[in-house]
Design a binder for this molecule. Structure first.
Ligand code: BGC
Length: 926
């Protein structure tokens, strides 16, 4: 017998019971791992090695690894990590880390973790991945693997030889010719050489990498094609100390059978021929252009082949007849040799190369992004000013050169002269920029047509600062399509953004970015036209602006190493870096020299980079010893001081002494970080001495007032925190008075331009700081805008260079005050940071984004009636202290409660609402 169960309708109670059972079962399933509760929702992205995405040129023994994370949850962070490094992707897939398995490390650190595995080898590729444990200790998946490749680590790895063209021009005559140059333009030189080498490949190529340096600059071709879009490469260094090489991937350019490599060289900074006041034509490294090239080919069967620059290469004069970083370039297309960089070329008539000693400097892989054409601009206006002469206005001041697309009869020469201004009668005016170079040719390119069709050309090894170009020798008409302006600079990524409701401030921000970018062509420069020099003061003043707006880590690290290279054994630093030897006794002083301390310190604050501190520290100690010899009873009387002031002059000893004090404080913090407590105490003791001397020297003993209370002096005493704390309130009020009662409003130079807005803001007068920036009154940033500036200028009047970055801290002020984002020294690199926006009257909204190692910090606020809406994004694995005005506030529509949804703390202190927030997006209503 078997029983049959018939379906019958369930009672209401039975149905409820069934549903409950089902729900419990579902809940059980979801908790029991079938939906994998054991894997965190935390997602790892962007694995970087030494700040770069899959780099192929790492030469650090312990490269530093970083990653970013994203999450749907609020308040998410990392509690532990595990890194795996393997020699092949397959091993990594199987989680077999044959080189390094860090094991589970209980740490929130997710940036700059030094590799700590087996020894890394030249030219090898390493694969890595990471998994992390989230705030609740739940592990994530392993990240999508990334890799890095080592460059050549040892001197012995280099088999190639430096080669140059045979010498034609007599070097004795060369020097004389350079000196004669003002009358004898241009300084004569040989046509620049081409080099070639052909070789045969008879196996399948797995990988091919060229390790190459060509000085001053080089272009590499493989089988006729130019490798990479780099220009002005490698980056400028003191070649007697450091020489950079690049690693270029040729894998897809090589083929079975005959192959050819071609190299074109430019003089660059290596073989300067202009007669400038900084003596670059007599630099210790000066020599004929030279190249070192080592091509390493690996075949699929595991065998290898090298192609090395040596006596077997051939050379010939190329079409570049003249090239100078400051004077310009002449290209004679009639001298082009068809097929010179291709296989099958008949190299009869090509000459033997010379094997040369090459530069003295240590070879290092170039770690900074190369200079590239970052933008192309069309002419805004073309005016004919003579029979064959035109003025082209690109509407924007910039660094770069023109690109020509045109046809012309064989042998026709056109010239391009570059400038920032026109004379009142519309002619090109180089007067404000050509005064320090003694050649009659300056910022001038020439092109000679080969004829027979459309020709495209831009200079290769030279660049200019310009907005206007005079084109002469052109039988019109000149059309828009014939010329574009190529804007070039070091290709660092833009990682910040500032925008607001006031067009004037947006234009000031844009002008600052144009100047910052134009003034970073391999090194930070003062101006892209007149000097192109790495003035240390300009760079340190603009460094926070750089760090807010761009990913500057490797570019600044490299330049700090350049400063270290430039230092003399007694600790003295030159005003420009790199230098030919000029500028040690020019009087730059502490406000300039402090780049050696300030930039590493800012890299620590903004990026969390400690290695640069360790690298710079020995030089910093040497420098401070040197600086102590310049101080008399604690006062440093040496230095340029507040350069390019509006009207009031501030004694240089006041600002120089304050910089000395600041240097000592920075050095003491560095000593603490490096575990040198005795040195820390010594620096602090010295700093206290200097502070006492400053307060004694610059304040009246009876009244306690600053003796010479210029805006810069007041700002300096406050900003540098060197005035006794008992005086600060009064000083701040005095500074406010000085600004508000001055018919000038703003009255300072480049140092005051940093101190005054920052000091006013720090001491409760953000409104006053805002008013001196948000105005078109003379003098000021807004006044430049009103007068048509598209970049920042060298002085308030606009009499000198029109593209200088030294007044450029204003952009950092926007981020720190209007968006309100600032780093926290106690938790550097924005692991923890502060947000305190200033809801300035007259501003309707502000958007500020700061890219960090952890992800983007995003602040957007807008006013609507009496309400303010503030939207914040805080990256995973970071926290932020948010300071807001008193009053009721809602977060995501609710009254904030500590411990809820990413809100770590909520309190009311010092008349402000203080929130401590974890990662996530928050909508706050005030
Ligand atoms: C440069 C400046 C620099 C200054 C120092 C000038 O010629 O252009 O930007 O800082 O000299 O004296």
């Amino acid at each position: 017998m078997y029983s049959v169960t018939y379906w019958k309708p369930l009672t209401k109670l039975q149905a409820m019971q069934k549903i409950t059972t089902l729900l419990i079962a579902l809940l059980f399933i979801s908790c029991s791992g079938l939906t994998d509760k054991n894997i965190s929702e935390l997602h790892i992205s962007s694995l970087l090695c030494e700040n770069q995405d899959n780099p192929n040129h790492i030469d650090q023994a312990s490269p530093r690894l970083s990653w970013q994370m994203s999450s749907e949850k609020k308040g998410q962070s990392q509690t532990a990590y595990r890194i795996l490094v393997a020699s092949s992707p397959d091993l990594l897939t199987e989680k077999k880390a044959d080189l390094w398995d860090s094991g589970k490390i209980m740490s929130p650190a997710s940036v700059f973790i030094p590799y700590n595995g087996r020894e890394l080898k030249s030219g090898q590729k390493y694969y890595f991945t990471v998994k992390v444990w989230d705030k609740d200790g739940i592990p994530s998946e392993y990240a999508k693997p990334a890799f890095w490749e080592m460059a050549l680590l040892n001197k012995e790895d280099w088999q190639a030889k430096w080669i140059s063209a045979p010498r034609v021009f007599d070097w004795g005559k060369r020097d004389a010719a350079i000196k004669r140059a003002p009358q004898d333009s241009p300084a004569p030189q040989d046509p620049l050489p081409l080099f070639r080498k052909s070789f045969v490949i008879d196996k399948k190529v797995k990988s091919a990498k060229a390790y190459i340096s060509g000085l001053g600059f080089f272009e590499l071709y493989a089988n006729g094609e130019k490798i990479g879009d780099h220009i002005l490469s490698p980056a400028f260094t003191d070649y007697s100390k450091t020489v950079l090489y690049e690693v270029l991937d040729l894998t897809t350019y090589l083929k079975h059978g005959e192959n050819a490599l071609g190299v074109m060289l430019g003089n660059g900074w290596y073989n300067q021929v202009s007669n400038d006041v900084w003596s670059f034509s007599r630099a210790p490294w000066i020599a004929d252009p030279t190249v070192l090239c080592q091509l390493e080919i690996e075949f699929t069967d595991g065998s290898k082949q090298q192609v090395l620059s040596d006596e077997s290469w051939k050379c010939a004069p190329g079409p570049i007849m003249f090239s100078s970083i400051r004077l310009g370039e002449t290209y004679d297309a009639t001298n082009e040799t068809e097929g010179w960089n291709q296989p099958g070329f008949n190299q009869q008539g090509w000459q033997e190369v010379r094997v040369v000693r090459g530069p003295e400097g240590k070879l290092k892989a170039q770690n900074i992004p190369p200079v590239k054409i970052m933008d192309e601009l069309n002419p805004k206006n073309i005016t004919r000013i003579g029979k064959n002469t035109f003025i082209v206005d690109f509407g924007q001041n910039m660094s770069g050169f023109i690109k020509l697309t045109a046809s012309g009869e064989k042998g026709r020469k056109i010239s391009f002269r570059y400038a920032e201004k026109l004379t009142p009668d519309g002619k090109l005016d180089q007067a404000n920029i050509a005064n320090l170079v003694g050649n009659s040719r300056f910022q001038t390119d020439e092109y000679i047509f080969k004829g027979g069709g459309t020709e495209e050309w831009h200079p290769r090894f030279s660049y200019n600062g310009f907005r206007y170009v005079e084109v002469s020798g052109w039988e019109g008409p000149l059309n828009e399509g014939n010329l574009t302006a190529c804007f070039i600079h070091t290709g660092f990524k833009t990682t910040g953004k500032f925008k607001c409701s006031l067009p004037l401030l947006n234009r000031i921000q844009e002008n600052t970015l144009w100047s910052f970018e134009s003034n970073f062509v391999n090194i930070p420069t003062d101006c892209p036209q007149r000097e192109k020099n790495g003035w240390t003061g300009d760079a340190q003043l603009a460094s926070e602006t750089g760090l807010f707006n761009y990913n500057m880590l490797t570019s600044y690290e490299k330049w700090v190493n350049d400063i270290i290279d430039a230092q003399k054994p007694d600790g003295i630093l030159p005003g420009i870096v790199p230098t030919s030897g000029w500028g040690f006794h020019w009087g730059n002083g502490p406000a300039w020299d402090c780049a050696l301390l300030q930039i590493p310190w800012n890299l620590y604050l903004y990026e969390g980079d400690r290695r640069i501190i360790a690298n710079a520290y020995p030089s910093i100690k040497k420098y401070l010893e040197f600086l102590s010899t310049k101080s008399e009873k604690g006062i440093v009387k040496w230095g340029l001081g507040d350069w390019c002031p509006a009207r009031a002059k501030t004694p240089a000893e006041l600002t120089s002494t304050a910089y000395y004090y600041q240097d000592l404080l920075i050095a003491s913090k560095m000593a603490a970080l490096l575990g040198a407590p005795e040195e820390q105490s010594a620096f602090l003791a010295k700093a206290a001495e200097i502070k006492t001397a400053f307060n004694r020297e610059f304040f009246a003993p009876q009244s306690g007032e600053l003796i010479n209370p210029t805006q810069t002096a007041l700002g300096c005493a406050l900003f540098m925190q060197i005035a006794d704390s008992s005086k600060t309130k009064r000083l701040a009020a005095e500074l406010k008075e000085a600004v508000t009662t001055s018919d000038y409003n703003l009255d300072f130079g480049i140092l005051g331009a940093k101190y005054v807005p920052n000091a006013l803001s720090a001491y409760g007068y953000k409104d006053v700081a805002f008013s001196i920036i948000n105005t078109t009154r003379y003098p000021g940033w807004g006044n430049w805008v009103e007068r048509g500036a598209t970049t920042l200028w060298e002085d308030w009047d606009g009499k000198s260079s029109l593209n200088h970055i030294m007044f450029g801290d204003v952009s950092a002020w926007f981020y720190k005050n209007l968006a309100g984002i600032s780093p926290d020294e106690k938790s550097p690199g924005f692991k923890h940071f502060n947000i305190e926006p200033y809801f300035a009257p007259g501003l309707k909204w502000v958007k500020g984004v700061k890219g960090t190692r952890y992800g983007d910090i995003d602040v957007y606020w807008s006013k609507s009636g009496k309400e303010i809406n503030l939207k914040l994004k805080i990256p995973v694995n970071t926290t932020a202290s948010v300071l807001l005005p008193p009053g009721n506030l809602l977060i995501d529509g609710k009254i904030p409660e500590a411990g809820k949804e990413g809100i770590i703390q909520f309190e009311f202190i010092k008349k402000k609402n203080k929130l401590e927030l974890g990662s996530g997006t928050y909508n706050i209503r005030l």
